[in-house]
Design a binder for this molecule. Sequence first.
Ligand code: R5P
Length: 303
Amino acid sequence: MIVFPMRNSAELGRKVARHAGTGPGKDVAGCAKAELGRLETGNFPDGELYLRFMDEVAGKRVVLVQSMHPQPNDALVSVLFAARTAKELGAEKVTAVIPYLGYMRQDNRFNSGECVSNRVMATFLNQVVDRIVTIDPHMHRVKALEDLFHIERKKLSANEEIAKHIKSKFSAKASVVAGPDIESSQWAKAIADSIGFESVIFMKERFSSRHVKISVTREPEWKGKDVIIVDDIISSGHTMIEAVKEVRKRKPRAIHVICVHPIFVENAYAKILRAGARSIVSCNTILHNSNAIDLSGLIAKEL
Ligand code: R5P
């Protein structure tokens, strides 16, 4: 097996390769041995993608690690080019590890004439990749990866790692885990249940990308509590900002925010802190200063 960290996931990809057995004494039980591969990427003067494998891939199981943020279009095209090239060069099997799978939220033709992005994205990957591994992909209308991908696919969840993090930092008696909308219960409630924490799930109405309303439908005891709001994606941050503001009105001890995929566009990170969050922690599916929960071991075990 040879692991190629790509531009958006250089650090995570290196850790995945290390956990999969390249470093002395670093093996994780159950992981196959892997070598760390070098992939040169750049652009021609006109902006077109240039890509070159600097290590032999013939006869090997090639793993490409690339999250689809930032620059999702470039990220997707470079995975497609790299996967196709690896096959042409004789790779036995190509696995795309896409920790943050973009384009999943445009899962419907909401207005006539719109592109249903998740289906188009999957169509391309189905053609050139043998296997896809991703973490907590956004699923709403699409319920399972098999609805989009006919290739081998694996959906991993960060829940266990987030649960470990929460358990190590907070006490079950003095904390409430909250989810900002119904969909978030698959993270917030599932995580809270797994470690014996109380949870509460809010309701969200979305009027536009940057306009949401959060309603608190059940009032647990907030006084003296650490409230930990958990969601899959923080993009514009408006979901989290409104959730933080609602919780803040109830005067808990402190509000903490955890997400799987830290996109944080338009200064969302600072805005959430300004709204009243004391801390923001994320998983390293996307490189960000808030990364405190490492998922490289989880990925490596799957390879
Ligand atoms: C949507 O339902 C997701 O679970 C997130 O709540 C959403 O993507 C967050 O987006 P934003 O940060 O732009 O509100």
